[in-house]
Design a binder for this molecule. Structure first.
Ligand code: 5RP
Length: 228
């Protein structure tokens, strides 16, 4: 598909949101992520809502958007498996490893991704990187462990800051806080995810290597490219 090179980032998100419809299996429940790119997908999904059973959502925000458009939302506990999970990313490398959590929904995103047979990542080309770590890594933490976990990242060369909203620590859909960690260069995403996940107080680290993308639809000046 050829497109003019003057597309805005928002238009690129719309393109990949629409392109993701081809991965939706008729009659199935679809796993739905969170974020501005996923919002484009949800809007596109509404146009074929009569062909699907519904969705499992990864955040309160996506649930509200799905329901407002008349798409039934199922609890994750009601499904055993999903054919596909569609979500955005803050960074994605050439192997489908991602950083996610810019929208603070990483824990539920990882849970829904784990239910799915295939993770389809939708992103504009600004998200494509060689090595993960330039985007501040989101980590959902139990509040009483925040400073202990921050010191562990400091020992790795990172700087961890509590994410704020209206001057107070942001509270996730799960009632926890987010640390954003800068200064990391994540050379081995699989090992890094396993390591950080076992630190006491870490709920979820925003590296998605165990639940990496099987497909990445990247919105570029030349149209939608299938990266992997
Ligand atoms: C939310 C996420 C999002 O997928 C990620 O932040 C990308 O968002 P956007 O599509 O708005 O750029 O991980 O927790």
């Amino acid at each position: 598909m050829t497109t003019p090179s003057s597309l805005t980032q928002d238009e690129l998100k719309t393109l990949v949101g629409q392109a993701a419809l081809q991965y939706v299996v008729p009659g199935d429940i679809v796993g739905v992520g969170t974020g501005s790119t996923v919002n484009k997908f949800i809007d596109a999904l509404a146009s074929i809502k009569s062909t699907i059973k519904g969705a499992v959502s990864s955040s309160v925000a996506s649930t509200e958007r799905l329901q407002a458009l008349g798409i039934p939302v199922f609890d994750a506990n009601e499904v055993q498996s999903l054919s596909v999970y569609i979500d955005g990313a803050d960074e994605i490398d050439g192997n489908g490893n991602m950083i996610k959590g810019g929208g603070a929904a990483l824990t539920r995103e990882k849970i829904v991704a784990a239910l799915a047979q295939r993770f389809v990542c939708i992103a504009d080309e600004s998200k494509r990187v060689e090595v993960l770590g330039k985007f501040p890594l989101p980590v959902e933490v139990i509040p009483m462990a925040t400073q202990h976990i921050a010191r562990r990242f400091e020992a790795m060369g990172g700087v961890a800051k509590v994410r704020l909203k209206d001057g107070k620590p942001l509270v996730t859909d799960n009632g926890q806080h987010i640390l954003d960690v800068t200064g990391l260069s994540i050379q081995n995403p699989l090992e890094f995810e396993s390591q950080v996940n076992q630190w006491p107080g870490v709920v979820t680290v925003g590296v998605f290597a165990h639940q990496k993308a099987a497909v990445c639809l990247l919105g570029t000046a030349h149209g939608v490219q299938t990266l992997i």
